[in-house]
Design a protein around this ligand. Structure first.
Ligand SMILES: [Zn+2]
Length: 437
């Protein structure tokens, strides 16, 4: 088989694998397979061979058109998958950040016009073109951090027109950028101001107008809700998510972030695909998620950024057999970072996950949380050719060497879409300060 691209001589090729029992069950963390002197051969957008460099070279045909990349001394992994982001906002909220640092409470900030509602005002005033222009550099930053797929939520429009506008922006970004965006409808992010005294009317708007239109126009693959005290109650969440499920949109839930409110239990009850945050999940709810095969998406960056110091009990979840995923929760209010590797560091330090577990949690388990396990999240024959070459010798470095940008080259669907150094040397090795004129 002719290769269009061959990446060879990786010091470590590391990819998650799931055993036959773990494969369909949506339970268990899975394991890492580590290949020394690893290689991946690609034909167009698909992987055609994975293994040691001599083995892969034996199995494929190299032609004059094959692009050769020498990953000598470096780590190769699947492209990272961020299964929970809110990238469609217009203005940033650094003023609120400063107010919080100076000791203001979230309620005081909201009273001064801040919070989700300030993002809503800005998104409603922005055009699609302005929202796209604002989002593109954010997608660049995800890519530079080794992320090749993100789940992207709407949720700062909160009207029929502005939620549809946000989802159409996601659709257009998919065509404009190498990063793959998986759209989620989050009309139930907050009750907008104009419905504050008539929340029932907003819930009816979501169920009877927004959801059918989102479905009809194929603008989202999932429906999410912010189930929390003072936002959406358990009963309201059940009603909205079941209406979404009836239309064929699987459910996701922002659950048990600030309170132990039974939202994780609801995720199990209705068979949600994932439950997110879970900082205050109960032991009973961990069993419920396990039995229902719900993927927990943990967001340690939000806990860190809000300085809450109450992290999700990742170890207990892993011991109970859950397939834990991690994500950035990228958003302008409660977690302003596009760095999934930084989340891997926080997951190790604050939640006692091992470096291996954090890599699985941000690749294959993250893919499972957005129903992409068959196409992305691991390096295997037939899968989409999404991979990253990191400027480090082994996978532990991804969590250990924190807060800096370590991706050297990012390949999405078989195409090189980011290199830290513009040009390789004669051996195809990318070195900074060399040949980069
Ligand atoms: Zn979120």
């Amino acid at each position: 088989m002719e290769a269009t691209l061959l990446v060879k001589n990786a010091a470590q090729l590391v990819t998650p694998v799931r055993t036959l029992e773990e494969l369909p069950s949506r339970r268990g963390m899975g394991k890492l397979e580590i290949i020394t002197d690893g290689a991946v051969a690609i034909q167009h957008d698909k992987i055609i061979a994975v293994g040691t460099t001599p083995d892969v070279i034996k199995k494929i045909k190299i032609t004059p058109d094959t692009l050769l990349v020498n990953a000598n001394g470096r780590l190769m992994t699947p492209g990272l998958v961020d299964p929970h982001t809110h990238p469609i906002f217009y203005t940033t909220r650094e003023n609120e950040f400063e107010m919080r640092i100076q000791g203001k409470t979230y309620q005081e900030i909201a009273a001064a016009g801040g919070g989700i509602r300030s993002s809503v005002r800005a998104v409603r005033q922005a055009s699609q073109a302005e929202l796209i222009e604002a989002a593109l550099p954010r997608l660049n930053r995800f890519l530079e951090n080794g992320v090749t797929t993100i789940e992207a939520k709407s949720g700062y429009g909160l009207s029929l027109q502005d939620e549809i506008k946000s989802l159409q922006v996601i659709k257009q970004l998919n065509q404009l950028h190498s990063i793959e965006l998986v759209p989620t409808f989050l009309g139930a992010h907050e009750i907008p101001d104009e419905f504050r005294h008539n929340r029932r009317a907003y819930i009816d708007l979501i169920i009877h107008e927004m959801l059918p239109l989102v479905r009809e126009q194929h603008l989202a693959e999932f429906c999410d809700i912010f189930c929390e005290e003072h936002v959406f109650s358990i009963d309201e969440s059940r009603e909205i998510l079941m209406a979404a499920q009836k239309l064929g949109l699987p459910a996701k839930i922002h659950a048990n972030q600030l309170s132990s409110n039974g939202a994780a239990q609801l995720a199990g009850e209705i068979g949600a695909i994932s439950a997110e945050h879970l900082d205050r999940i109960t032991p009973e709810e961990i069993q419920i998620l396990r039995d229902a095969g719900v993927i927990p998406i943990l967001l340690p960056g939000a806990v860190f950024f809000l300085n809450l110091d109450h992290y999700a009990p990742a170890r207990k979840m892993i011991e109970a057999g859950l397939a834990v995923a991690i994500a950035t929760d990228y958003n302008p209010g409660t977690c302003m970072t596009e760095s999934l590797p930084l989340m891997m560091s926080l997951a190790c330090i604050k939640m006692r996950m091992t470096p291996a577990e954090t890599l699985i949690a941000s690749t294959l388990n993250a893919a499972m949380a957005i129903n992409r396990q068959d196409t992305i999240g691991s390096l295997a024959i037939g899968k989409q050719a999404d991979l990253v070459i990191w400027d480090v010798p082994n996978y532990q470095h991804l969590a250990y060497h924190f807060g800096v940008q370590l991706a050297e080259m990012v390949i999405k669907k078989g195409k090189v879409c980011y290199t830290k150094t513009p040009h390789p040397d004669e051996q195809g090795v990318f070195l900074r300060g060399k040949n980069n004129t």
